[in-house]
Design a protein. Structure first.
Length: 318
């Protein structure tokens, strides 16, 4: 499977470029799904159809979906709550339910839900290519960083759990097995790491995050940056590439969208055209390892398969 993330700030045209890219690959025989994980969806507008949280077949090899991030967050929290209530059922006397309800207000919870959405489609066996139309830059970078950070976090928790089980073993050696009673049922609290549900859940989660981090930093995953030929966009692109390099994630292409090509421009926009030329020259010098493609400012926004395929064949595949 190949995985593509189209990344950039709001309004630069990520959705159009990612939809055109997916349309072109599907025509070439790839089984493609374009997944919008941006809460402000407009992928359906690009395909000129109505999309929802359910996959929709656009043509023979092309599917699209607009992930309901709020629904995904609720499902993520419900699943997390059930796991915790089961694993920590011997602590029900502490009224943990009220703490589970607070989880929905935790900072970063939407980013974790977004990561779960990414995992869902990466794990699908129905497609050989997954294209993600992402939220604005800052949110997406946090999501892409989460697997590596989660590995560090889970390893620390595993270390703490080892210490707890070691102390429990010491108590066992003196008093025998530790027991707790829940609704009349006696539960034996094990000190064996292989039998401890919490330890096994932590190990499983760490392995899942290691696999995801491995995928993100592999050649099977590419980040394509969509931006515009402006000085501020150049600075933002430098920051994006620096952030991605920290997590060993590869950027492959920069699309300079809404590029104006005008011979003898009127005085009112001559300065803008000059700025574009300077930015392109500087980008090609600084980012020699990346493909830089100019996508011109079109008369009208592309909508539908025919328009998107034209964008792909004219500006993306060349």
């Amino acid at each position: 499977m190949k995985v593509y993330f189209f990344l950039g700030k709001g309004g630069v045209g990520k959705t159009t470029i990612s939809a055109a890219f997916g349309t072109g690959l599907s025509k070439n025989g790839h089984k493609v799904i374009v997944v919008s994980i941006d809460p402000a969806h407009n992928l359906g507008d690009a395909f000129d159809t109505t999309l929802s949280n359910r996959e929709l077949k656009i043509n023979e090899n092309l599917y699209a979906v607009e992930v309901d991030i709020e629904k995904m967050t609720r499902e993520y929290l419900d699943d997390l709550s059930k796991k915790m209530q089961h694993t920590y059922r011997y602590l029900t006397a502490m009224n943990l339910d009220r703490y589970f309800n607070i989880l929905k207000l935790s900072p970063g919870i939407e980013e974790y839900a977004t990561l779960e959405a990414i995992r869902k489609y990466i794990g699908s066996k129905n497609f050989d290519t997954v294209i993600f139309d992402t939220p604005p830059t800052g949110i997406t970078l946090r999501v892409l960083a989460m697997p590596r950070l989660s590995v560090l976090w889970s390893e620390r928790l595993i270390s703490m759990r080892k210490a707890i089980l070691s102390r429990r073993k010491m108590v066992e050696n003196v008093k025998g097995k530790v027991e707790a009673e829940v609704e009349g049922e006696k539960i034996v609290l094990t000190s064996d790491e292989k039998e401890d549900e919490i330890m096994q859940e932590l190990i499983k989660y760490r392995e899942e995050m290691l696999e995801l981090n491995k995928l993100f930093s592999s050649t099977s995953c590419e980040v394509h940056i969509v931006t515009m030929a402006e000085e501020l966009a150049l600075l933002e692109t430098e920051r994006i590439l620096k952030s991605l390099s920290i997590f060993s994630i590869t950027a492959k292409v920069i699309y300079l969208n809404k590029f104006m090509k005008i011979e003898n421009p009127p005085e009112e926009i001559a300065g803008k055209i000059h700025e574009q030329e300077q930015v392109v020259t500087e980008m090609r010098e600084k980012f020699k390892h990346l493909f830089i493609k100019e996508v011109p400012l079109l008369r009208a926004s592309p909508r539908g398969i025919r328009d998107l395929l034209s964008v792909y064949e004219s500006y993306i595949v060349r």
